[in-house]
Design a protein around this ligand. Structure first.
Ligand code: THG
Length: 262
């Protein structure tokens, strides 16, 4: 176990080799409820989400996710969430491990944005591996095969409300189910285990061997408190020419222009 976003995050079920093999060949189920969401909603949600994000969001559509950096005013990366744009003008920052809800609330208030910033009752459950798509199609229907990477639908499974997204912290393919009722987690887990039996499903956790092989960033492990997005492979997700302002923009422009602060 470890503690992540102030929650217990399982790190292994006792057999790392079996967990790795399952991820590479079959399908693994990951309790990643510790990936907390910061939800931004209200009339200024677009402006607020953009101001918090070092990536141009002007072309972002509902039902889309984007991997983004959130930076401080010096351009130092504070978090590398998957940002999702939901119906009703809501955004979820799906977070790595630090206290972004405090930052987002303070920034929103100090900037005078007309938004509500909360950590909603949302608990992601991951299905990762080459057989994840077949399993998710058995559970939800073949239409889920059309979902593109980081695309999502707001749906339910036998009345359990969730957001189904093609995402996850591996390169083996898979989905995350963002459960929207924490009291129904055991039920959702049991349904996945039952339907997954024929695909050799078993428990696992975000896998550091596979994620290093696949080049996925781990915030807090692969960066220092001073790193900017360009130093950790997030330059291609960083838009210093973005029309709207965002926190860290001028510092990051200086990095692009001459490798560091003026
Ligand atoms: N899922 C969700 N939230 C998360 C994570 C997750 N929040 C914390 C942490 N994990 C965020 N970190 C990452 C890092 C990389 C990716 C996803 C989350 C990722 N990267 C691909 C890459 O770098 O190749 C694709 C990026 C892209 O093409 O845009 O998938 O796992 N919900």
């Amino acid at each position: 176990l470890t503690v992540y976003n102030k929650m217990v995050l399982p790190t292994s079920y006792g057999d790392l080799k079996a967990e790795y093999d399952r991820l590479i060949h079959d399908v693994a189920i990951w309790d990643v409820a510790a990936e907390r969401q910061v939800q931004i909603s209200g009339p200024d949600a677009d402006r607020c989400a953009q101001y918090l994000t070092a990536r141009d969001l002007s072309n972002m559509r509902e039902g889309q996710g984007k991997y983004v950096a959130m930076c401080d005013h010096e351009g130092r990366i504070l978090n590398d969430p998957v940002l999702m744009k939901l119906s009703g003008g809501r955004y979820w920052f799906s977070l790595a491990d630090n206290d972004m809800v405090l930052w987002c609330k303070a920034v929103a208030r100090e900037k005078g944005f007309d938004v509500e910033v909360v950590e909603p009752d949302v608990s992601p459950l991951g299905l990762q591996g080459p057989k994840a798509e077949d399993l998710v199609a058995d559970l939800f229907g073949d239409h889920i095969r059309e979902i593109k990477f980081f695309g999502f639908i707001e749906t339910e499974l036998d009345g359990i409300p969730l957001v189904l997204c093609r995402s996850g912290w591996s390169k083996q393919g898979g989905f995350e189910m963002f459960l929207q009722d924490g009291s129904r987690g055991n039920e959702l887990y049991a349904k996945c285990m039952e339907a997954g039996a024929k695909y050799n499903i078993g428990p696992g956790a975000p896998n550091h061997v596979e994620r290093v092989e696949s080049g996925l960033l781990s915030w807090g492990g692969d960066n220092t408190p001073d790193s900017n997005p360009f130093e950790v492979g997030m330059g291609r997700y960083t838009d210093t020419e973005c029309e709207d302002d965002f926190i860290g923009k001028s510092a990051l422009k200086a990095v692009v222009a001459h490798g560091g602060p003026e």
